[in-house]
Design a protein around this ligand. Structure first.
Ligand code: CS2
Length: 470
């Protein structure tokens, strides 16, 4: 209806008086207040049996906007669960404080509060600033700047990277003698708890060696595999919530019905009963992580690059293209040969993925998935390629994902990637030199293996011919 926006503008704004949901005390500090955090960890926390004891203070990353919009709604927002059968709506109230990430004072205050038991992270894969060698990239300009701030405690500067802020918070917790806690990594990286630990330690050492020792003894880094497809919210989603719910929510989140959370590690200061909401706690997380990272995220990246080269905009559109679909199935075959055992139920998992990706009411944009490719491919394509070659096979389907990325980097404008400068420089070269430069940004070892470079080169040439996937 054309007059709908005018009508909904008169509706009351969502708040705790419109929906009286009590505020739990802050016991979780989150870094990375984005749509995924709200559709996933905040959802699980609201659905834990002891939700009344666990409030989240959630900090944004680079911009304050998300905190401002959410604060105007007392932290409340609507999760729109969207399936082919229709939408269902639920107000989530577990975020009790939404804060601009630049407010380092508030962050430090909350991290050093004894009641705080957990710090959860969705800061993006690239924010861990690990180079292709798995170590903290201490040359990255923002890391250099934060290391200088941390090294000079008397200076008035404030860290700007999530890792820098986290280290300052942990130092304050140590000084306050507020006790141990867990850092729960929820980014799509394999062994993400260990990655977070390495990155934090790399920064902490610059602060002081004593801090690194304190972190070692007091901070548990929990690894998790997280899953819920959560595309960007649109104006139409905002209007749909207003029409269905009778209030105005400027920041709803749209997500698929499926969700999954597997966690592994210690929680020295306790945690919510997330298992009540379906979370699973395991001793050995690697197989679950690899299943999700390779089958779901790997297919996403393949579709993001190959699909856009073939003119598609969303995951569902790309999957409906037979040649993209075949490329995904080939990659899944390779990945599956390197995933252990019956327990993982790969057959069912693949079937469920086809259904999830095909949910045409979820407009999951390939351009959004394509970001930060140099980091994502390291997790999603390289391990499968390596495992295939170690088993004496070609690894062609994994190599195709990398080839598609190299072709895509030449066509994309305004590429967002931690290695954007390196990618731009590589694309000034031609032929083999260009390819080697690009591969080196993903993983220098790839360039050492002539057969891999040959394979990717052949596949990339077919992409250059109008996104042909043969
Ligand atoms: C996607 C993920 O943007 C991306 O790289 O592959 O955000 C994906 O949608 C989530 O991991 C699903 O759980």
């Amino acid at each position: 209806m054309s007059n709908e926006p005018e009508r909904t503008a008169e509706l009351p704004r969502l708040s705790r008086s419109v929906r009286p949901i009590a505020k739990a005390p802050v016991r979780i500090v989150h870094m990375g207040l984005g749509a995924f955090h709200r559709s996933h960890q905040a959802w699980y926390t609201q659905h834990a049996g002891d939700a009344a004891e666990w409030g989240i203070a959630s900090f944004t990353g680079r911009r304050p906007d998300a905190a401002e919009v959410l604060s105007a709604q007392d932290g409340l927002y609507t999760v729109v669960e969207r399936s082919d059968a229709g939408d269902s709506f639920e107000v989530i109230g577990s975020i009790v404080e939404a804060v601009d990430g630049a407010d380092v004072e508030r962050f430090v205050e909350l991290v050093s509060a004894p009641l705080t038991s957990l710090i959860t992270l969705t800061i993006t894969e690239a924010a861990y600033r690990l180079g292709a060698d798995g170590k903290l990239d201490s040359q990255a300009p923002d890391v250099v700047a934060d290391l200088a701030v941390l090294a000079d405690a008397s200076a008035s500067g404030k860290p700007t990277t999530p890792l820098g802020r986290l280290v300052v918070g942990l130092a304050a917790r140590r000084d306050a003698d507020a006790g141990p806690l867990a850092v729960v990594c929820c980014d799509n990286l394999s062994n993400n708890g260990t990655v977070a630990r390495k990155a934090v330690m790399g920064m902490a050492k610059a602060f002081d060696a004593g801090l690194a020792a304190w972190i070692d003894a007091n901070v548990s880094f929990v690894s998790t595999s997280v899953d819920r497809i959560t595309p960007r919210t649109t104006e139409a989603d905002i209007d749909a919530v207003a029409a269905a719910c009778g209030y105005r929510d400027e920041s709803p989140v749209v997500a698929e019905p499926f969700l999954n959370w597997v966690l592994s590690g210690d929680f020295p200061a306790g945690r919510p009963h997330w298992e009540d909401a379906g979370a699973v706690f395991v001793d050995e997380i690697e197989p679950y992580e690899n299943r999700k990272l390779w089958l779901l995220n790997g297919a996403h990246s393949l579709l993001a690059y190959a699909g856009q080269l073939r003119g598609h905009k969303t995951v569902a559109e790309a999957l409906a293209d037979d040649s993209c679909r075949r490329a995904v199935e080939d990659f899944w075959d390779e990945a599956a040969s390197n995933l252990p055992g019956e327990d993982l139920r790969i057959h069912e998992y693949r079937a469920a993925l086809l259904e999830r990706f095909g949910n045409s009411r979820i407009a999951h944009h390939l351009a959004q998935i394509a970001m930060d490719g140099s980091t994502k491919l390291r997790m999603r394509a390289v391990p499968v390629l390596r495992a295939e070659r170690a088993a004496g096979r070609s690894g062609q389907a994994a190599a195709r994902m990398i080839a598609a990325w190299t072709a895509y980097t030449a066509t994309a404008t305004g590429l967002q990637d931690p290695q954007a400068a390196g990618i731009a420089a590589a694309n000034l070269l031609t032929g083999r030199a260009r390819l080697e430069a690009l591969l080196g940004l993903v993983d220098p070892d790839l360039v050492e293996d002539r057969a891999i470079v040959d394979l990717v080169e052949g596949l990339a040439e077919s992409f250059a011919a109008a996104g042909n996937l043969s």
